[in-house]
Each structure stands twice: as C-alpha cells, then as structure tokens.
Write a protein that binds this ligand. Structure first.
Ligand SMILES: NC(=O)C1=CN([C@@H]2O[C@H](COP(=O)(O)OP(=O)(O)OC[C@H]3O[C@@H](n4cnc5c(N)ncnc54)[C@H](OP(=O)(O)O)[C@@H]3O)[C@@H](O)[C@H]2O)C=CC1
Ligand SMILES: CC(=O)N[C@@H](CCC(=O)OP(=O)(O)O)C(=O)O
Length: 353
C-alpha cells in the first residue's frame, strides 16, 4: 500500500529534511508541497538536492491545499500549525514538527510561548520511557503512537536530553530535582531565515550561549518527559549553545545519583532501556559520541560515566537535529501510526567525514 503525503513548510530546513527522507520511503508518495513566500515556485529551484520531487510546484499552505492526503506533515513556524491542524479531517494522520502540540500544561505553554495553547497530542519520541520502573510496567512512548491520527514531534534539544537521562530517572537512580543540561547545536536548528547571529561571519569559528537562565522554551518540554519517566517532580537547568556546524546536537546531561548507586547500576539501566532499540545506542565503554557519526541518520548515540567526586552521572548524547531531532523522528512515528515496520525508509548511515 502507498500513502499519499503533503508536506507544509517544505522549503524550510525541517520540511526539506522530511522530504529528503520521504523520497527514499518505499510506501509513500509525496504529492503536495506547501510553504508561504515561495508559493508558485518549482521545488527543484529551491531544493536542488530533492531531484525526485523537483517538478512539484510549491503551493500556499492552507487546509484546502493540505486536505485529501493520508498523511500531512506540518513544518511551520511556532503558532502556525495549530489553526491549520484544527481544519484538517479527523481521519488524516497529521504530524506536527513544530512546538504547538507538545506541552500538556497550558500554563507552561503560555509562559514560554505567550500565545493560546493549541492542545496536546501524542509525543513522537518512540524510545522515551514514560513510566518509572517501580510501577512494575515500564512503558515506552511508541505504545501511545500506534494507530493515532495526530503526533507532536519533539524539539531537537528535548529529543537528545530526554533520551540521555530517562533510563536513570525511570530506574530511580537519579535525583530528579538536580538535573543540568548543556547542549551545543548546529546553526540549522534556528531555521533558514537570516538572523544576524547566524551570519557566517558571526557563527563560524565561534561558539556562543543563548537562552541562558531557564528561559529557553525547551525547558518545560524536558521537564514534562523527565516527570513522566521518574514519576516525581522535576527541575531542569538547561543552557543551549550555538556551534559552528550546519547540523548536529551534542548534549551533556548530568544528574546527582541517589546514594548507593554504582556505575554498574547505571550502565545496567541504560543497557536495559536501549539494547533492543534500532535507533538509540549506548556506545561500547570508552567510546564517546560525535555529531559527525550520526549526521544525516536517524540514530542517537550516547555514553555515560559516573563522576564519583561529585556524585553525578554524566551522559553525552549526539543526534542530527534535523534527522532524529525532527524529520527522522517524525517519519519513524509515522511508520508506527500507520502500522508499518518502524525503521521503514530510515536506514541511512551517518555521513562521515
Ligand atoms: N530546524 C530544526 O532543527 C528544527 C525545527 N523544528 C520546527 O520545525 C518548524 C520549521 O522550522 P524550520 O524548518 O527550521 O524553519 P525555516 O525557517 O527553515 O522554514 C520555515 C518554513 O515555513 C514556511 N512558512 C513561514 N511562514 C509561514 C506561514 N505564515 N504560513 C505557512 N508557511 C510559512 C516557510 O515558507 P517560505 O520559505 O515559502 O516562506 C518555510 O517553508 C518550526 O516549528 C521549528 O520549530 C523542530 C525541530 C528542529
Ligand atoms: C540553534 C537553534 O536556534 N535551535 C533552536 C531549536 C530548534 C528546535 O528544535 O526547536 P523547535 O522545534 O522547538 O523550534 C532554538 O534554540 O530555538
């Protein structure tokens, strides 16, 4: 069976990556691409890498142009997907790469986004542990994705941070009120629109922090996932930084360990969480993640260590912000919702060097 697909925000970085992955998906036919200022242009003129889709003409984004497809991907600026999604048929699988439907708490949405909350959809991070082990039945997020018709794709930083620490939180090995996340992202994370701090002369050969002091909008998203995994109240200190590379995120996540926790306990929890996962990997001991190794692929790689001097676990996790951090996770979640094998169309290896 082949599913007809429309992709909105098709001329942006996130939409473009969705199209790159879907062009290699054996059970998908992309028939419609939409955007805004570039409507009317042949896709091949704007995205010369997408050769198989070059003859599609970009249409204006509206419920009318997106209706009539089995699957619709929304890769629009924050706040733009809520109103469009509300007009799409119930039976269409709608996958939102933006933030509009990620948060359950309307107050957190209002605090960090300052607009009306569009609602909460099943969260598209299949490997995320969603209940503490002490409840006797640890669950993963993929169980909430089978057969659904709406999916909220996680933010790129929350993807790497939540994958990095959820196993230890679910196992009750970490103090959920003492979590520190510092992450470096490639510049594509900010989208394609020209911004002064992203000009080559500013961003290349330099690293810089931003959103410092608990103000970045991904903080409540991480706290939501960590809260589900631990079953306890959570507080996260998150500091993002911009790195001089086009793609990739390297997240360093640390948390205080509970007394009596050994490095073996930690390693056993992470291995149990990810041993059978096709896209999330704890590297062999002594090997540390690099962003290059996952560039263009849907894989997340991580390594952990116990720092006994301060009683903290240190986990580093690398993903491609546009692949596992957005489009790869979106396609993986689509596969689950449609009842396809989860890895369909996602067998790209990392592009090295
Ligand atoms: N970049 C990343 O790493 C990640 C991005 N995301 C999310 O994906 C979404 C898109 O981000 P990204 O691709 O980076 O952004 P870009 O700026 O690269 O692209 C934005 C896209 O949206 C279109 N667009 C802009 N304004 C409107 C509008 N008013 N109505 C309809 N379409 C519009 C643009 O069309 P046109 O060019 O024709 O004007 C373009 O196709 C955002 O919500 C972002 O948060 C999520 C995870 C990671
Ligand atoms: C480098 C950079 O600017 N990154 C973006 C995150 C991109 C992303 O995942 O976020 P959303 O889908 O939530 O927009 C930022 O910090 O705003």
């Amino acid at each position: 069976m082949t599913f007809s697909v429309a992709v909105s925000g098709a001329t942006g970085y996130a939409g473009g990556e969705v199209l790159r992955l879907l062009s290699q998906h054996p059970q998908v036919d992309v028939t419609t691409v939409t955007a805004h200022s570039s409507a009317g242009t042949r896709l091949g003129e704007l995205a010369p890498n997408l050769r198989s889709l070059a003859d599609l003409t970009v249409q204006e984004t509206s419920p009318a142009t997106l209706s009539g497809h089995d699957v619709v991907f929304l890769a629009l600026p924050h706040g733009a997907s809520g109103p469009v999604a509300a007009e799409l048929p119930e039976g269409t699988l709608v996958i939102d790469a933006g933030a509009d439907h990620r948060l359950r708490d309307p107050d957190a949405w209002a605090r960090f986004y300052g607009t009306e909350h569009a609602g909460h959809w099943p969260y598209g991070l299949p490997e995320l542990i969603t209940a503490p082990f002490r409840t006797g039945s640890p669950t993963k997020q993929r169980e909430d994705l089978a057969g659904v018709s709406r999916i909220a794709v996680p933010g790129c930083y929350p993807t790497s941070a939540q994958l990095a620490l959820a196993p230890g939180l679910a196992a009750g090995l970490l103090d959920p009120e003492d979590i520190v996340i510092v992450a470096a992202s490639g510049t594509s994370g900010a989208g394609k629109a020209t911004k002064p701090h992203l000009m080559a002369s500013e961003a290349m050969s330099s690293m810089s922090p931003y959103g410092v002091g608990g103000v970045h909008r991904h903080t409540p998203e991480m706290e939501q996932g960590f809260g589900d995994a631990s079953g306890e109240s959570v507080s996260v200190s998150f500091t993002p930084t911009l790195a001089p590379m086009p793609r990739g995120i390297l997240t360093t996540a640390t948390a205080r360990i509970r007394p009596g926790t050994s490095e073996d306990d930690l390693r056993a929890a992470w291995d149990a969480a990810y041993d059978s996962e096709p896209f999330v990997h704890v590297l062999p001991e002594g090997q540390w993640p690099t962003t290059k190794s996952v560039q263009g692929s849907n894989h997340a790689v991580m390594q952990l260590a116990l720092d006994p001097h301060v009683g903290r676990v240190i986990v580093t996790c690398a993903i491609d912000n546009l692949a596992k951090g957005t489009a790869g996770g979106a396609v993986q979640s689509m596969n689950i919702a449609l009842g396809l094998p989860e890895t369909t169309g996602l067998d790209q290896e990392g592009l090295v060097p």
